[in-house]
Design a protein around this ligand. Structure first.
Ligand code: GDP
Length: 445
């Protein structure tokens, strides 16, 4: 994700400022200029960046800061707040409630990822106990119904559509009525897109909306469109009662900032981001954790969400969290973490959420996963004493040879695994004493 580069540049600017012995006007200006440059390079709209810079300068009046105040912290806080303000236009116009039938209509240009996102949105809610259903009212793009059908079948979500009917309004109405009778509580209507904004598209959107009376209209936007995002978002906003936005393809080479600034300009909040082609590459978008991640502060809430998806009873396993915050890290904990991570799918998703810690070996996901599986095979040949000890000296040369033989791997590979354990122990020790915040009290500064 290129936004990670933006995050990197911003954190570097903050770090440089922190390294300065005295923080004066010059240091502050340098830091702000650096951040401005990074935001502009990421396609954030110029006016927003300029406003942000002015606001920070207004808040941070160096002369007024009494001696003894932590200037760095105040500046950091101001930057954090301004970035949040820029990205937080308030709540979506409507939030569906479980058990109550809601109609959610998806709009966006062709290729933005609308159909894929409809299924991701349905799948996400299904996992949380909702009863979603998908209606394909996209009669414009050949193959749209097949795509939705395929995705819906894979996720075991009921769907409605037609190969014969060419009137999107008729299909939408029939689909919504059918699923209301079946007591579905989240009826998702996928509408047609076009290659570009045109009158016919907006007219069709209006008609479908009038006939199905959606509780929420979600605008799907491709993050790679850069500065064009502003006009596009505004055009959609003017033609449909857009209440929320989902930004897709945040995993790609997109700069992302364009989409985000457009969102700020249209005052519709981003509720999710798409981070890959797969059904579960979909993240809740929360401004504060997102900005803390951008500033390199880590996103505990996203991390905990992922963990809890895989280990739903983690709340009942306080020992692991306890051990994490105590900094106790044994090979057995590493084994358990690997197990969880393998179930969690794409590793990169998770590692980017951790505060500055590249928890997993780098490389593409398949390679990382194969490596982890290899490590686990070797750990399967270890004794309980070895797994539960924090003393690596316990694992002597003869024990290494035994582990290698037992697992059918090379001595060199066992040593590599132990090196990895030592590396992770170092990272873990940095987390010692770290208070893992509850989701409700996310306050990174
Ligand atoms: P639609 O025309 O707006 O319905 O777009 P589609 O849902 O058909 O998506 C267009 C392409 O974008 C497909 O190849 C999708 O797999 C891909 N896509 C959608 N969302 C994402 C995402 O978050 N990340 C990536 N990498 N690809 C995506």
């Amino acid at each position: 994700m290129v936004l990670a580069e933006l995050g990197g540049s911003i954190s570097r600017a903050l770090q440089q400022m922190s390294n300065a012995t005295v923080i004066d006007e010059k240091v502050l200006n340098e830091c702000l200029n650096e951040i401005t440059r990074a935001l502009l390079q990421s396609d954030v709209q110029f006016k927003l960046v300029r406003d942000m810079q002015t606001n920070i300068k207004k808040i941070v009046n160096l002369d007024d800061l009494a001696a003894g105040h932590n200037k760095r912290k105040i500046i950091q806080h101001a930057i954090f707040n301004e970035l949040c303000k820029m990205l937080d236009p308030g709540k979506p116009s409507f939030t569906p409630k479980k058990g109550k039938p809601s109609v959610v209509m998806f709009v966006g240009l062709q290729g933005s990822g609308k159909t894929t996102t409809c299924t991701k949105y349905a799948y996400y809610h299904q996992k949380k106990g909702w009863k979603p259903a998908l209606v394909c009212a996209d009669t414009f793009r050949a193959g749209a119904f097949d795509q939705l059908k395929q995705n819906a079948t894979k996720a075991k979500i009921p769907f409605y559509g037609s190969y014969m009917e060419s009137d999107p309004v008729k299909i939408a109405v029939e689909g919504v009525e059918t699923f209301k009778k079946e007591n579905c509580d989240l009826i998702i209507v996928d509408t047609s897109g076009r290659h570009k904004q045109e009158a016919a598209l907006f007219e069709e959107m209006r008609q479908v909306a009038e006939a199905t009376k959606p509780d929420l209209v979600i605008f799907v936007m491709d993050s790679s469109i850069g500065q064009a995002a502003f006009d596009q978002a505004q055009a959609f906003k003017q033609s449909a009662a857009v209440g929320a936005v989902i930004v897709t393809k945040m995993d790609g080479h997109a700069k992302g900032g364009g989409a985000l600034s457009a969102v700020a300009a249209t005052k519709s909040p981003v509720i999710f981001i798409g981070t890959g082609e797969h059904m579960d590459e979909f993240e809740v978008f929360d401004v504060k954790p997102f900005v803390s991640r951008l500033l390199g502060m880590g996103d505990w809430s996203g991390f905990m969400d992922k963990i809890q998806e895989v280990v739903p009873k983690l709340d009942n396993q306080p020992e692991l969290l306890q051990k994490l915050s105590e900094g106790t890290f044994t090979l057995r904990i590493m084994y358990e973490q690997f197990q969880n991570l393998l179930q969690m799918g794409p590793l990169s998703q998770l590692t980017s959420m951790l505060p500055g810690a590249d928890l997993m070996p780098k490389g593409n996901d398949k390679e990382s996963q194969a490596k982890i599986k290899r490590y686990m095979t070797m750990m399967d040949s270890m004794t309980n004493e070895e797994l539960d000890s924090t003393n690596t000296k316990l694992i002597t040369e003869s024990r290494i040879v035994r582990i290698a033989r037992g697992s059918g791997r090379l001595v060199r590979e066992v040593m590599e695994m132990l090196e990895e354990y030592k590396r992770l122990t170092k990272i873990w020790s940095k987390m010692k004493g770290l208070k893992i915040p509850k989701k409700t009290d996310m306050s990174p500064l």
